[in-house]
Ligand binder design. Structure first.
Ligand SMILES: Cc1cc2nc3c(=O)[nH]c(=O)nc-3n(C[C@H](O)[C@H](O)[C@H](O)COP(=O)(O)O)c2cc1C
Length: 167
């Protein structure tokens, strides 16, 4: 039994305010390792990661989405690339693994949608057939870092059905 993991899952929040210091290379390596070990459909691992630390690249990437201030605020962004025949479900798993690993290492993260993924592809220099719709902003949490409250979570009664929808 590992209750720490369970508690971490319940506690994990998107954080959007970071210290300006860079993420240590050892931590970056650990995050990529956590991503690399994510399970995928048929273990195809049709993904790749682009670690973006250049502030000009960060700014250009931020322009590809509508709510990307965390990218501008973070010292580092991990762009999640869906390779040909990759699934969005797998990208979601990647994102959650990176976020949980980051939390365990004392890092704050925020998932980012790149609504104009054609812009992201251009900025990142993606070859034909690759897509980057999501990224994770990463940094050490600033002292004032606090989750933005969108009202917690829906009550379980609204979400859970047994055997058939509505039951
Ligand atoms: C698929 C996905 C895309 C998201 N995109 C953004 C985004 O573009 N910008 C942002 O600030 N937060 C983004 N978020 C973070 C959500 O707003 C956040 O997880 C949600 O409001 C719940 O807040 P909490 O995780 O702090 O509890 C995204 C989350 C998910 C799962």
């Amino acid at each position: 039994m590992n209750l720490d993991t369970y508690r971490e899952i319940l506690r994990l929040r998107a954080l959007r305010s970071y210290e300006s210091r860079p993420v240590s290379p050892a931590h970056v390596e650990q995050l990529i390792e956590a991503a690399r070990w994510t399970g995928s459909s048929k273990n195809l691992q049709n993904w790749s990661f682009i670690v973006v630390e250049d502030p000009l690249q960060q700014e250009a990437l931020a322009a590809a989405g509508d709510f990307t201030d965390p990218v501008r605020a973070a010292p580092l962004t991990i762009a999640l690339v869906q390779e040909p025949a990759g699934y969005e479900f797998d990208t979601g798993r990647l994102a959650q693994n990176i976020m949980l690993a980051a939390d365990a290492l004392g890092l704050a993260t925020c998932p980012i949608t790149l609504h104009r993924d054609e812009v992201a592809a251009e900025v990142l220099g993606l070859p034909e057939g690759r897509r980057c719709r999501y990224a994770i902003a990463v940094g050490y949490p600033s002292e004032s870092a606090a989750p933005r409250s969108f009202g917690g979570r829906k009550p379980v009664e609204e979400l859970l059905h047994r055997n058939r929808y509505g039951s």
